[in-house]
Design a protein around this ligand. Sequence first.
Ligand code: NAP
Length: 296
Amino acid sequence: MAKIAFLGAGNMGAPMTRCLLKGGHLVTVWNRTPDKAKALEKDGAKVAATPKAAVEGADAIFTMLTDDTACRAVWTGPDGALSGKPAARAIAIESSTVSNAWVKELAALANAKGLRFVDCCVAGRPDAAEAGQLHVFAGGGAEEVADAKTIVVPFTKSFTHFGAAGMGNAFKLIYNVLGAIQVSALGEAMHACEAAGIDLKAAAHAFSIGNTNSGHVIRHARYMATGQHEDPVQFSAKNRVKDIMYGVEFIERIGSQSRFGRTAADVFGQSLGIGMGDANDSELIDALRKIHGKQG
Ligand SMILES: NC(=O)c1ccc[n+]([C@@H]2O[C@H](COP(=O)([O-])OP(=O)(O)OC[C@H]3O[C@@H](n4cnc5c(N)ncnc54)[C@H](OP(=O)(O)O)[C@@H]3O)[C@@H](O)[C@H]2O)c1
C-alpha cells in the first residue's frame, strides 16, 4: 500500500484514482476544478487544495493532465508539486500524453529535487481505466520502474518497460500517431461508403471482421455507423490533434518521418476548423458530412 498524490481528475484521472483506491492505496487528489476532485471523496480519496499540499508525505505523485502547459503549471507553478515535501525516495510519475522534451525536462527537475522519475503513459479509454485494463508504457531506471509497476497494478492490464526515462512516452507518442491515422482513415472510409450509397452498419460490420479489424476500427466504426457517440465525450478531436503534433514533432526530430501523421492531423484539423474540436474523435464523420455533404 502506497501513499499517493494524484493530480488531475479528468476523464482518465478519475477512474485511475478509483482503481488505486480499490487496490488499497491511500490517495490524495487535486484537480484545478475542485468539484471533480471532491466527487472522488465518496470513493475514499482525500482532497487537497493545491498540488503542493497533495504531495505531502506521498510515496508516488501522478499527473494525468491535458498537455505540456497543464503539466508545467501543476509541477512547477506556484504551490506546484515540486515545491511540496513528499516521502524520501518518492517517485514522480508522469502519465499524461505530453511532449517528449517536457518528459525529459521534468525527469531532470524531479531528480534535482531528490525525486525518482518514471514516465508511465497509458493506452485505453476511460472505460478501460475504470475496469483496470490499461496498457502501461514505462520509461525510467530498472529500480524505480519496478517500484512504479507494483503501484500501478490496480489499473494495469499490461506493463511494458521501454528503456530510460522518456522512452515510455516515446513509444506512446508513436503508438498514438498510428492510432490517430487509423481513426482518421476510418472516418474518411465511412464517409466514402456513405457517399457511395453503402449502408454504414453493413460497412462497419465488414470492416470489423476483415483484415481491417483493429480495435480502433471496430470501436469507431460502430459509433460512426449508429451515430451514437460516447456521451460524455471520452476523447476529443482537439486531443487527437494535440497527440499527433507531439508525436510528429518527436518522430521528425529523431530523424524519421511521419507523413501519414501529418495527414491525420490535417484530417482531424477539419473538425477543429468547423468548431467541432471538443466533439468525440468519432464525430469526424459528422465534420466530413458538414464539409462534403451527406451523399456523393
Ligand atoms: N481520454 C482518453 O481516452 C485518453 C487515453 C489515454 C491517455 N489520455 C491522455 O491523458 C491525459 C488526460 O486526458 P483526459 O481524457 O483525462 O482529459 P480531460 O478529461 O480533458 O482532463 C484533463 C485534465 O487536465 C486538467 N488541466 C487542463 N489544463 C490545465 C491547466 N492549465 N492547469 C491545471 N490543470 C489543467 C483538467 O482540469 P479541469 O478539470 O480543471 O479542466 C483535467 O484534470 C491527456 O494527456 C490525454 O491525451 C487520454
